[in-house]
Design a protein around this ligand. Structure first.
Ligand SMILES: *Cc1c(COP(=O)(O)O)cnc(C)c1O
Length: 339
């Protein structure tokens, strides 16, 4: 596929040759079905359409320096999809089925896995939806699990540069005891207004505060929040944020580098005391933050004075990318090699 301009691919949908699907019906999961069709044939009364019974995952595969293809921590994504499924009463996908589906999509679309060294990767999107027809408010009895994937370009086309973030208090992403810890579409629908407005106002991303008091840092849009203060890696402890696998991995790498890791409530005022701030997730690994503006008070927290990413964020970013691309020893066994 020499015609693909890997380095300039956006983070978006890319048509590949195959996707895989499994169906839950009559109390059991079917075998995986390989499909070329991009469409799903869905009953108009499917619960995913009416009552939001849908959850998804996002993970990446990389071609390493040795030419091998590695998937990053798919077992953790499998676990999280089980958590999400249970959270909104869907039939969970067994871990083996999840991993097999991801491996298959990678293998079948091998020609779309970007070469090593271009900064691109192969993004996998597992999806679980309630497909059974139901008009009364009830969980579906039938589910579709599918995985598709496609190449995505480097997140930072112009280098690893900090971006501005906006604090919003007039919208909440999730309720205090709601679905914030599940990767469900409803949370995204609820965050669209705030994030589109932030983009229109010149910010790359939004920072939601806890929805009970609007006092503590919660979720950084579709990513987790972390900060560096001296030798500490600090990230919020909250019931309403997603357990980012990137964040878990960065915490481990920080600890391995001799840093102290703190998971605790973080008040907005503390932002002015941090040396570095980042948003983390699979898509970018780390988005370094240049400044944070509180939309309701106008208060501005400047993080990067010189417009460059901080040294610790840069080190963490390089370490994680290095493990994913097989350049650095994978001492925690995070990579699954796809053969
Ligand atoms: C997917 C997601 C993240 C990032 O999780 P990773 O496992 O690191 O990709 C963070 N926050 C939200 C709300 C998400 O949906």
């Amino acid at each position: 596929m020499s015609q693909i301009d890997w380095a300039n691919l956006p983070f978006g949908y890319f048509k590949t040759d195959y996707n895989v699907r499994a169906y839950y019906k009559d109390g059991k999961w079917s075998d995986l079905e390989v499909r070329q069709d991009e469409m799903i044939n869905l009953h108009m009364a499917a619960t995913c359409l009416h009552y939001g019974q849908e959850a998804f995952e996002g993970l990446k595969a990389f071609r390493g320096v040795d030419g091998k293809i590695r998937m990053f921590r798919p077992d953790e994504n499998a676990k999280r999809l089980v958590l999400s499924a249970n959270g909104i009463m869907m039939q969970p996908v067994p871990t083996d089925l999840f991993i097999e589906a991801c491996k298959k999509v990678v293998k079948l679309n091998e020609k779309y896995i970007p070469p090593y060294g271009v900064g691109a990767s192969f993004y996998l999107r597992p999806l679980l939806i309630g497909s059974g027809a139901q008009v009364g408010v009830k969980p579906a009895k039938e589910y579709v699990f599918l995985v598709f994937g496609g190449p995505v370009g480097p997140y930072f086309k112009s280098g690893f540069k900090p971006v501005p973030m906006q604090i919003v208090k007039d919208y909440d992403r999730v309720a205090p005891l709601g679905t914030g810890l599940f990767k469900v579409g409803g949370n995204y629908a609820a965050s669209l207004k705030a994030s589109e407005r932030a983009h229109d106002e010149g910010f790359s991303t939004v920072l939601f505060l806890d929805s009970k008091e609007h006092k503590y840092i919660d979720e950084a849009g579709p990513a987790n929040f972390f900060a560096i203060k001296g030798n500490k890696y600090i990230t919020p402890d909250s019931h309403s944020i997603l357990r980012s696998i990137t964040n878990m991995s960065l915490q481990q790498i920080a600890a391995d580098m001799g840093m102290e890791v703190e998971r605790r409530p973080i008040e907005e005022e503390e932002l002015s005391t941090f040396d570095e701030i980042g948003a983390c997730g699979t898509a970018a690994v780390i988005s370094p933050i240049s400044k944070i503006v509180d939309r309701s008070t106008g208060k501005e927290y400047v993080v990067s004075k010189d417009g460059e990413a901080g040294p610790v964020s840069t080190k963490l970013y390089k370490a994680l990318r290095g493990i994913q691309e097989g350049e650095i020893e994978d001492k925690h066994g995070w990579n699954l090699i796809v053969e």
